[in-house]
Write a protein that binds this ligand. Structure first.
Ligand SMILES: [Zn+2]
Length: 206
C-alpha cells in the first residue's frame, strides 16, 4: 500500500501497489505498473482489453449484427455489420478500449463517423453521430468520451451503429471475445519485473 502524505499529513489517498492471495490450490497476484494498470507476475493485464457496451447507461439493442439483413431503406439484402443501440441524439459514446483515432469523417450513408484502431488487430467504428469529441490521430483511453450519438447520414431514426472488426472482418460486437488481455511489451517487462521483485520483498517484510 502507498499512503499519500503532504507535509507529514495523510491525505487519505491510499493506493494498492501489489497484492498476493494464497489459497489452498493457487496463488493469485497483481501488481500495479507505472501506467496505473494491474498485471500478474508475467506482465499480463488483469483487466479485459474491451468493455462490451460503449455507453454509460443501457439502451435497447434495436438491430443486431446480421450478415443477411434486408436494408430498412432499400429493401435489398445488405449485411448489417454492427449492432444498433436505440440512443437519443446527444448520448455520450465512450471508447470501449484504448486505441488511436484513425478516422473522423462525414459520409452520405454513414453520416458523421469515427474509427478507432486498437491492439490485437481490432478496429471499432461508430456511425450516424451528431458531434465529434476526438480528432484524427488522437490517442484515447478506454472509457473516454469520443462522440455524441445522432441521426446523421442514411439513418431511419436516432441510434448508434457500432462495429467491431478483427483482422479487417466485422464480427458481432455483442459476441466478440473482448477478454483477450494485453501483455506488457518486452521493453517494459524488465522494468515491471524489478517492480514485482521489490514489492514482493516489501510484502515479506511487512
Ligand atoms: Zn446499424
Amino acid at each position: 500500500m502507498n499512503d499519500q502524505f503532504i507535509e507529514g499529513v495523510s491525505t487519505g489517498n491510499t493506493n494498492v501497489e501489489g497484492v498476493e492471495i494464497h489459497t489452498g490450490r493457487r496463488n493469485i497476484s497483481a501488481f500495479q505498473f507505472s501506467d496505473g494498470n494491474y498485471y500478474d507476475e508475467k506482465g499480463q493485464s488483469l483487466a479485459p482489453a474491451f468493455q462490451r457496451i460503449l455507453l454509460k447507461k443501457n439502451y435497447r439493442l434495436s438491430s443486431r449484427f446480421n450478415p443477411k439483413r434486408k436494408h430498412p431503406i432499400t429493401g435489398r439484402v445488405r449485411p448489417h455489420n454492427g449492432a444498433d443501440f436505440a440512443t437519443p441524439v446527444g448520448t455520450a459514446v465512450v471508447a470501449p478500449g484504448d486505441g488511436v483515432v484513425t478516422l473522423v469523417a462525414n459520409h452520405a450513408f454513414a453520416g458523421k463517423y469515427v474509427v478507432i484502431e486498437h491492439d490485437n488487430k481490432v478496429k471499432t467504428r461508430y456511425l450516424h453521430l451528431s458531434k465529434f469529441k476526438v480528432r484524427k490521430g488522437q490517442r484515447v483511453k478506454r472509457g473516454q468520451l469520443i462522440a455524441l450519438s445522432g441521426n446523421t447520414g442514411a439513418s431511419t431514426g436516432p441510434h448508434l451503429h457500432y462495429e467491431f472488426h478483427v483482422n479487417g472482418r466485422p464480427i458481432d460486437p455483442m459476441k466478440a471475445n473482448i477478454t483477450e488481455a494485453k501483455t506488457l511489451p518486452k521493453q517494459k517487462l524488465s522494468e515491471f519485473q524489478s517492480i514485482v521483485r521489490s514489492r514482493k520483498m516489501m510484502m515479506e517484510l511487512g
